[in-house]
Design a protein around this ligand. Structure first.
Ligand code: ADP
Length: 529
């Protein structure tokens, strides 16, 4: 087995034809070959698959790869078969296989031919498969798209929760590698706990995509015309326009077509043949634009997507990051434009209203972050990266000027006294309230909760009346990103004061803030930029 560094690079070249490892790939692979549990957090396109494919190919035995989507598994199996002389090197095991096919898979595993076995989590619940795998030599188990484990992830799948139990049945000492492209600190914790790999070596790549340009525009009645104009200005470039509903996808694709733009629709309501055709047209450059629901994009590896437009705001920053991540994969230009109206937020909240309370709370908290992103006047890249637990300074960080806010900054003003007031109020009220409640307390706005908690009987109630509600909302967002306070996720967003915040009360000398954009409440009155 090749376990020296030279060996690794030779193997990389031999199997994949690549000259060098990217980012943290080599460290991950070394660690996995040493039978350590690993946890890999890399943005989409970062090269996660190779982290388990290469060590699987290099080792004896079969690596089990758990993946949520059959289409993704098939793509990967085809790719791996392409680098080997034996088709049996990679297989998918699922319920659609015939008896003969299943037998072939089993034979190949038993004969040591199969290095990678892709399974959906629900297939792993089948007794027959578990009994079989228990007797085989398993090199390790990879959990791809590991965020599916967490209710806080953007794609929660309950079957992922049972993985640990199944792994224990197959062999409790099998090394595990979890991989994801979207891990907020909360999701990260959920994954490690649930897979019981809290001692795993964690490899986290930066989520910064310096070549992407972020922009938010108010969504008005003229949004279709605005999108048409944008695409015409980018004629001949490939792009994706995301809409929430199938109906909107169809309508907008038509509007674009009528305006002479090469565009096709894509959503789950179209028959499979049309979907494949439209996807291929995009890949082969027979169409410039795909207007799609989020059904489009997973596993699509087109390197030169030049823009990703969101006609409707997505339900979380993770989703937004994931969807915009499809732009500029080749490192070239990638414009990420989102249309925002508070009405759309209300629509999304309405969709959630039938769900269990905990799910609603989570959905609401995630959506509020999206509101924050849209309304903020600070660096959008910094806002996204802060959400992923990463510090970023737009003045020095790569891509720091690549968004609308940094290109056209709003005037800043001193707010040191207000920041101190804010932190004191959060502290004095017992660090038990969310942003909205703290704003109400500062503004002296009574409601049932406030009077039942007797918050209106304190000096600080109404102590920030001299400022607008929007001022305090904006300030809280900026103080969060400055890491003087934090949002507690477990309690769905109550504000807590950080050490640096207590320090600021004593020693803080300056805090420059800018107002948020105000197109949130009355966007229909605003004329498109
Ligand atoms: P992820 O799963 O993180 O989204 P992929 O594994 O699909 O990313 O990799 C993205 C692209 O980068 C693929 O086309 C892959 O072949 C390519 N790639 C991965 N590792 C390397 C490398 N070391 N050198 C060159 N290309 C690589």
């Amino acid at each position: 087995m090749a376990d020296t560094q030279i060996g690794l690079e030779e193997n990389l070249k031999k199997y994949f034809g690549f000259e060098q490892f990217r980012g943290l790939q080599k460290q991950v692979i070394t660690s996995l070959l040493n039978k350590e549990d690993c946890f890999v957090i890399m943005p989409t396109g970062g090269g996660k698959s190779l982290c388990y494919q290469l060590p699987a190919l290099m080792q004896e035995g079969t690596a089990i790869v758990v993946s949520p989507l059959i289409a993704l598994m098939k793509n990967q199996v085809d790719a791996i078969r392409g680098v080997s002389d034996h088709d049996g090197v990679a297989h998918v095991l699922n319920s659609s296989l015939s008896k003969t096919d299943v037998q072939q898979v089993k034979d190949d595993i038993e004969n040591g031919i199969t290095k990678l076995l892709y399974v959906a989590p629900e297939s792993l619940t089948k007794e027959e498969y578990v009994d079989f795998l228990k007797q085989q030599k398993i090199s390790f188990l990879a959990v791809d798209e590991a965020h599916c484990i967490s209710e806080w992830g953007h794609d929660f799948r309950p079957e992922y929760r049972n993985l640990r139990k199944i792994i224990d049945r197959i062999g409790s000492d099998i090394p595990i590698i979890g991989l994801t492209a979207t891990a907020t600190p909360k999701v990260q914790e959920d994954i490690l706990k649930n897979l019981q790999i809290t001692d795993a070596t964690t490899f986290q790549a930066s989520f910064n995509r310096p070549n992407l340009f972020y922009e938010v525009r108010p969504k008005t009645a003229n949004v279709d015309a605005d999108i048409t104009r944008f695409i015409k200005q980018n004629e001949g470039k490939s792009g994706i326009v995301y809409c929430l509903s199938r109906k909107r996808v169809e309508e907008l694709a038509q509007v674009l077509q009528v305006n002479g733009i090469k565009a096709v629709p894509y959503h789950a309501g179209l028959d499979a043949k049309t979907r494949v055709k439209h996807q291929d047209m995009f890949l082969m450059e027979d169409t410039d634009v795909v207007v799609a629901t989020i059904a489009f994009g997973m596993g699509i590896d087109k390197p030169d997507v030049r823009f990703v437009i969101h006609h409707d705001i997505p339900k979380s920053i993770e989703s937004y990051y994931q969807e915009t991540g499809r732009a500029g994969r080749d490192g070239g230009e990638g414009h990420c434009l989102a249309y925002y109206s508070y009405k759309d937020i209300e629509k999304l909240e309405k969709f959630m209203s039938g769900k269990p309370i905990a799910e609603q709370e989570i959905g609401h908290a995630l959506l509020q972050e999206m509101v924050g992103y849209s309304e903020t006047s600070m660096s959008r890249r910094q806002y996204i990266l802060h959400y992923f637990g990463e510090e970023f300074d737009p003045a020095t960080g790569e891509g720091g000027d690549m968004d609308d806010n940094m290109r056209n900054p709003k005037p800043q003003k001193e707010a040191v006294e207000e920041v101190k007031k804010l932190i004191k109020v959060i502290d004095a009220a017992g660090e038990r309230y969310k942003s909205k409640d703290i704003v109400n307390i500062l503004m002296g706005k009574n409601n049932a909760m406030i009077s039942s908690h007797k918050l209106d009987q304190h000096d600080y109630f109404g102590s920030g009346k001299n400022k607008e509600k929007a001022f305090w909302t904006a300030l809280i967002r900026q103080v969060l990103v400055a890491r003087l306070i934090r949002k507690d996720i477990e309690s769905y967003g109550t504000l807590k004061v950080l050490e640096a915040g207590h320090d600021f009360i004593k020693n803080g000398e300056t805090f420059m803030m800018s107002d948020d954009h105000t197109y949130g409440d009355d966007s229909n009155q605003i004329v498109a930029a």
